[in-house]
Ligand binder design. Structure first.
Ligand code: PEP
Length: 242
């Protein structure tokens, strides 16, 4: 299975900055073994659609749980699909923490994405206190079950231990594999044979110098990258390492 390198810009880059980033990438990018996709702020998506080099996918960072109508400020999956978006991150820990998103909301968003031909990247992962109690596997699998309730198999799962996001603390490759294998087992129970085609990503302070050692693990099929997605040089470094 081809690794997916999903670049989560978070709330960074204006449309002008996105255009410059895409131009710099286009000058230096050579498609390699991994699939590359940018999870962009909604207002930069049109600019990226027009400027990303061929072979680089386009994603969004969030989507409404609703179809259309009186939901001021929200962006629907149909709107994203119309712009050529192929992936959307749902259930990122920042949205769960700062916007109170529950597993049920995450599942509703994932279903909206799938209904519009967009592959949801469903994020799960424990906080430090849960890991210190040794409950990280059970916690993450419970979160996964709720977040995938009624969701089809055309999905990507990102395991992101919250204590490793943006902190410079990376889980060890063995920690990542422990959870990726547990997630794969749960996916097998839910989706049967199709689970073998579902990519399980690791996210949390991934950089050019640690990505290979994590993605080489048998159940890890790529990375969701925040901080190291902002500079083209880092993106090229990670792409080359995979
Ligand atoms: C993320 O945004 O999902 C993430 C993993 O961020 P960082 O790579 O900066 O830890």
């Amino acid at each position: 299975m081809r690794n997916l390198l999903a670049l989560n810009w978070k709330m960074n880059k204006t449309p002008s900055e996105a255009r410059s980033w895409a131009a710099e990438l286009a000058e230096r990018f050579e498609e390699g073994d991994a699939e590359l996709a940018v999870m962009a702020p909604a207002v930069t998506i049109s600019t990226l659609a027009a400027n990303l080099p061929a072979g680089v996918g386009l994603g969004a960072q969030d989507v409404s749980a609703h179809d259309s109508g009186a939901y001021t400020g929200e962006v629907s999956a149909g709107m994203l699909a119309d712009l050529g978006v192929g992936y959307v991150v749902v259930g990122h820990s920042e949205r769960r923490d700062y916007h109170g998103e529950t597993d049920a909301v995450v599942a509703a968003k994932a279903k909206q994405a799938q209904a519009n031909g967009i592959v949801p990247i469903v994020c799960v992962g424990e906080k430090l206190d849960v890991r210190e109690k040794g409950e990280h596997v059970a916690y993450t699998l419970a979160q996964l079950a709720g977040s995938l309730a009624g969701v089809g198999a055309d999905v990507v799962v990102a395991y992101e231990p919250v204590w490793a996001i943006g902190t410079g603390k990376t889980a060890t490759a063995d920690d990542a594999e422990e959870l990726a294998a547990a997630i794969r087992g749960a996916l097998e129970q839910q989706y049967g044979k199709r689970a073998a085609e579902i990519r399980v990503l690791y996210g949390g302070s991934v950089k050019p110098d640690n990505i290979a050692s994590i993605c080489v693990k048998p159940n890890v099929n790529g990375a969701l990258v925040g901080g190291a997605s902002l500079k083209v040089a880092d993106v090229l470094g990670m792409n080359d390492a995979l």
